[in-house]
Design a protein around this ligand. Structure first.
Ligand SMILES: [Zn+2]
Ligand SMILES: [Zn+2]
Length: 164
């Protein structure tokens, strides 16, 4: 998503776009297959462009416990100040610098960074997901553990008969 700053008036401008998730870096692509709704509030103050971005989409996560895929509404936002500077490679972590002849701001990196930073460390399909049985691998959310059945070894059956 690119925003033209060529003939932008001072003050706040708003933008709204639905974009493909093609701004997301390789390792995270599979979690974000759906389009993103992007709302941008851009405040031009002198030679600074203060950009506030709101992102929403539907993420596709994989539960850490039961390994099932599940979807989740995703809403996140961020802010970044772009500064026009004629200096060669100015460094300041608070700003992204753009040269005076820049005609548009490309939000691709900012959008990617926002999604990567808000990516969940832990994924759970639901708070009380029962996960998989370590023995038989049954998904305990919707099936019974089969470990007991697997234990009914014929040799034990013989023993049971003897006991009787
Ligand atoms: Zn789960
Ligand atoms: Zn089991």
């Amino acid at each position: 998503m690119k925003i033209s700053i060529q003939s932008l008036k001072p003050g706040v401008s708003t933008y709204k776009e639905r974009i493909k998730p093609d701004f997301i870096e390789q390792n995270f692509v599979r979690f974000y297959p759906n389009d993103f709704d992007v709302d941008v509030l851009l405040d031009k103050i002198d030679r600074d462009f203060r950009v506030r971005v709101y992102l929403s989409s539907t993420a596709l996560y994989v539960c850490d416990r039961c390994l099932e895929e599940y979807t989740e509404d995703l809403k996140t936002d961020t802010e970044q100040i772009y500064k026009i500077s004629a200096e060669q490679n100015p460094v300041d972590d608070d700003f992204v610098f753009v040269s005076p002849d820049t005609t548009e701001i490309d939000l691709k990196d900012l959008l990617n960074e926002t999604i990567v930073l808000s990516h969940p460390i832990k994924m759970l399909c639901k708070e009380d997901c029962k996960g998989l049985c370590a023995g038989c691998g049954a998904n305990l959310n919707n099936e019974e553990c089969k470990c007991q059945e697997a234990d009914s070894d014929p040799r034990w059956e013989e023993l049971r008969k003897l006991i009787k």
